[in-house]
Ligand binder design. Structure first.
Ligand code: HEM
Ligand SMILES: N=C(Nc1cccc(CNC[C@@H]2CCCN2)c1)c1cccs1
Length: 363
């Protein structure tokens, strides 16, 4: 099949599903399909209406098999930014996304969709993994900051960026538009809401100096709708606390904070059989939930998130949509067996629209 025929097939499949879900008539659907056929014949691609883009982005979230947070798929704010060309304008739009999604801590799930690559344009690409993330610096005496960011930090340093070399330096944005070189932009401090970590029962927890940012905004995944690949479509929700407490601060190849937490709790780390690691892990997650709630920043615990996911499963069944999911990612990293997810199996079929990692694209 030629590329155009594949694109036309994917466009038809999407429009039929999308227009049915939006309650449009057969007549409207056929008329739109004819328009798209002509557009593809003439220019090799086609452009989504805002309505098609908005609903497609929501469907992509609804189809994200690794996401436990999908109950709220239909409430996402979709920002159509396809008219922007210049890196400075894209930068300004990303700052608006950060500010509007943060919403003073009452986080609003939001996605910004930028111009996709076309027959005569490279489209937009954001090189960051997340819009807000901490730098990682390799030094002779170990790593400062987030080890997961060492490679990207090196790229930014090579391009002339300088961090303060603390454990919590917010990285710059690296934006590429069309076929021009990527450009670096700093994020103003006042736009980055952060939460200092304290623990309700251990006053010395605050002395660890741990903090994390409020809003996770994934910026390195592709949004694929009806055969169109949006290479820059940063999206945010709110955190599930275990992401921060059981991975970012707990992994030995991340901030590796559990031994410090065990020490301040007065636990001996001499033997694994005391389960000191597990006790430190739970208190780390208690600290995250306590701190985000105290700061008025949206967050969800893994039990509540699992209960919400169960509701999502039920609603999808009521709508007659087969549920797809990926068990390995849906179970939380602590106490997984206390959630219903652990005791179920899920169909990991890839349904479109969806989000893909760059490495998952095979032309
Ligand atoms: C509203 C609150 C949300 C919560 C609590 C939530 C929770 C999560 C969690 C815990 C993961 C696993 C992440 C990891 O282990 O690294 C995840 C994955 C994912 N979520 Fe959600 N999510 C939310 C909203 C969203 C939104 C708004 C989107 C997109 C529009 C989304 C799309 C995804 C995708 C694509 C993945 C898989 C990422 C990958 O494969 O690397 N989620 N989500
Ligand atoms: N709560 C969130 N967490 C999340 C969602 C998708 C992807 C990620 C990052 N996952 C990659 C890390 C690094 C390896 C394993 N997890 C986090 C959200 C981020 C954006 C919207 S919701």
């Amino acid at each position: 099949m030629k590329a155009r025929d594949i694109l036309l097939q994917e466009a038809e499949d999407y429009i039929k599903t999308c227009y049915t879900e939006l309650g449009k008539t057969e007549q409207e659907t056929c008329a739109r399909l004819e328009e798209i056929r002509q557009e593809i014949d003439q220019g090799g691609t086609y452009e989504h209406t805002f309505e098609e883009l908005e609903h497609g982005a929501k469907m992509a979230w609804r189809n994200s098999n690794r996401c436990i947070g999908r109950l709220f798929w239909d409430s996402m704010v979709v920002r159509d930014q396809r008219h922007l060309e210049h890196p400075e304008d894209i930068y300004a739009s990303l700052l608006n996304h950060i500010e509007s999604a943060t919403n003073g801590g009452k986080i609003i799930p939001t996605i910004s969709v930028f111009k996709p690559p076309g027959p005569n344009s490279e489209g937009v690409r954001i090189w960051n993994h997340q819009l807000i993330r901490y730098a990682g610096y390799e030094t002779e005496s170990g790593i400062i900051g987030d080890p997961a960011s060492v490679t990207f930090t090196k790229t930014c340093l090579d391009m002339g960026w300088n961090g303060n070399r603390t454990d919590f330096d917010v990285l710059p944005l690296l934006i590429q538009s069309g076929d021009s070189d990527p450009v670096l932009f700093n994020i103003p401090d006042e736009l980055v809401l952060e939460v200092p970590l304290t623990h309700p029962d251990y006053p010395s927890f605050g002395d660890l100096g741990l903090r994390w940012y409020a809003v996770p905004i994934i910026s390195d995944m592709l949004l694929v709708i009806g055969g169109i690949r949006y290479t820059a479509a940063p999206f945010n929700g709110w955190y599930m606390a275990t992401e921060i407490g059981a991975r970012n601060f707990a992994d030995e190849n991340r901030y590796n904070a559990l031994p410090h937490v065990a020490e301040l709790m007065g636990l001996s780390t001499a033997s694994e059989t005391t389960l000191w690691r597990d006790r430190a892990l739970v208190e780390m997650n208690v600290a995250v939930l306590h701190s985000y709630k105290q700061a008025g920043v949206s967050i969800v615990d893994h039990h509540t998130a699992a209960a919400q996911f169960k509701l999502f499963e039920q609603r999808e069944a009521e709508c007659g949509r087969p549920l797809t999911g990926y068990w390995n990612w849906l179970i939380p990293p602590i106490s997984p067996a206390t959630t219903h997810i652990f005791h179920h199996s899920y169909d990991n079929t890839l349904v479109f629209p969806n989000f893909l990692k760059r490495s998952e694209i095979n032309d």
